[in-house]
Design a protein around this ligand. Structure first.
Ligand code: A2P
Length: 297
């Protein structure tokens, strides 16, 4: 079973984790999947900035990069105060494809660098026999982007342990995967922990599905907090970086109020014991791909 951290390395929502490369990353990020580039997308991001978020997670795929960039510029707060992540989609896993996507992302964001660039998904589909070569080439390109100053840190998303074998050179500083009570991805989390790779948790609320889970609700009642706060605190106590999404100003704020309570042993055991795949999105990078023998990695 995954061990919980004895103490969080920060005391409030403005705290940061330190990445393997020495850069610092705000410990709670604002997810922007489904925040579309249109007027209300920028308004949602502007509200998130007012709620205190300085870490925005976007992607070439999401169609939210312009909204993030517009909101940051309109805030009047210096660019350097923000941490912006974007991602290269799986259809462009080559040196040239990644560069084209990054250039497009930077132009949509209206920025000359991003803080973190991720490989969004390890392979095109389960049939692609050349996924390893594509990952190697793309990762080499990412290291070049870093040398050119286009990105400050580089990492991956939705990687399982065997996908990392295709990467040469620098160790990714982040692996962003789906993790929440009911979907723990223990092998991947353990693999990352052993190498100092920070795990970011997407769908930390199970995309809303955990908000009505009776176990989560009863723990929330006990601590006089909301089910969302239980799930997000769970992420932090596991040493993960949660990326909650909300279009609602009150819920955006609530999702940063995680420091007035902590989970006890019983809560942790109950959350760890939820039936596997409770609240799962149904998306798995390796659904149709044979799993290697993890003991050999
Ligand atoms: P809303 O935008 O109306 O707040 P996840 O981050 O796991 O993908 O979950 C996102 C979903 O959870 C959205 O539907 C969002 O809806 C909802 N949500 C976000 N924060 C909260 C909260 N504090 N309480 C209840 N639901 C929330």
């Amino acid at each position: 079973m995954l061990e919980f951290k004895q103490n969080l390395p920060f005391a409030d929502a403005d705290g940061c984790y330190e990445l393997l490369d020495g850069n610092r990353i705000p410990a709670i990020g604002f997810g922007t999947w489904r925040v579309k580039d249109r007027e209300d997308g920028a308004a949602v991001c502007a509200e998130a900035i007012r709620a205190g978020y300085r870490h925005f997670d976007t992607a070439y795929l999401y169609g939210s990069e312009e909204s993030v960039g517009d909101a940051i510029r309109a805030s009047g707060i210096d660019r350097s105060e923000f941490f912006v992540t974007t991602k290269v989609w799986k259809d462009d896993l080559s040196a040239e494809g990644a560069r084209l996507e990054l250039e497009t992302s930077l132009s949509r964001l209206g920025m000359d660098y991003v803080d973190l660039l991720l490989i969004h998904w390890p392979r095109r589909d389960s049939e692609d026999p050349e996924w390893r070569e594509r990952l190697t080439e793309t990762w080499n390109a990412f290291q070049q982007f870093k040398r050119e100053g286009l990105v400050k840190s580089i990492g991956v998303a939705n990687f399982l342990p065997h996908h990392f074998e295709a990467l040469d050179g620098e160790v990714p500083v982040v692996n962003q995967i789906e993790v929440h009570p009911g979907y723990l991805q223990e092998e991947a989390v353990r693999y990352c922990r052993e190498r100092g790779i920070l795990v970011e948790a997407w769908a930390p609320l199970g995309q809303n599905r955990l908000m009505t889970n009776p176990v989560v609700e009863s723990i929330a009642d006990k601590h006089h907090v909301s089910p969302a706060q239980v799930c997000l605190r769970f992420s932090l106590e596991l040493g993960l970086l949660p990326l909650p999404k909300s279009a609602n100003p009150d819920r955006m704020r609530q999702n940063r109020e995680l420091f007035g309570f902590s989970l006890d042993e019983d809560d942790r055991a109950e959350l760890m014991g939820l039936p596997e795949k409770t609240g799962w999105s149904g998306e798995h990078p390796d659904d149709a791909i044979p799993m290697p023998d993890l003991s050999k990695l």
